[in-house]
Design a protein. Structure first.
Length: 119
């Protein structure tokens, strides 16, 4: 299978998906995000880190996050979404998530700082 996520060893962006949930659903959502991320990792996306907030740590909200690094930001073609996600995982996740957000962050590198005359 063609690796549609990794172009080089330099990852320029951090992508974070945030699911706001009720406290009772945190670990179920964490498990589902873990499964979803594994499906994409099997297609070549970098390994995701899944973490919870508000269950055993101080937080104003309860939630689960998944984040990973990518070389570029591109919309994924629906035909490349793994079948297990399309057929069940996505709908199951949306049924128990209060809100769903995505954040995109540019990764600061030594080279970028040098290019800007900052180091």
């Amino acid at each position: 299978m063609v690796n549609c996520f990794k172009i080089s060893e330099v990852y320029m962006f951090l992508v974070r998906r945030i699911c706001k949930v009720e406290r009772k659903d945190i670990w179920k959502v964490a498990s589902m995000l873990h499964q979803i991320c594994n499906e994409y990792e099997e297609q070549g996306r970098t390994e995701a880190t899944i973490y919870v907030m508000g269950f055993s740590t101080p937080s104003e909200t309860f939630g689960v996050c998944a984040e990973w690094k990518q070389e570029s930001l591109e919309a994924i073609n629906f035909t490349k979404v793994p079948d297990k996600i399309k057929s069940s995982l996505s709908a199951e996740l949306m049924d128990i998530v209060d809100s769903y957000e995505i954040e995109f962050h540019e990764i600061v590198t030594k080279e970028k700082l040098k290019d800007r005359g900052l180091i």
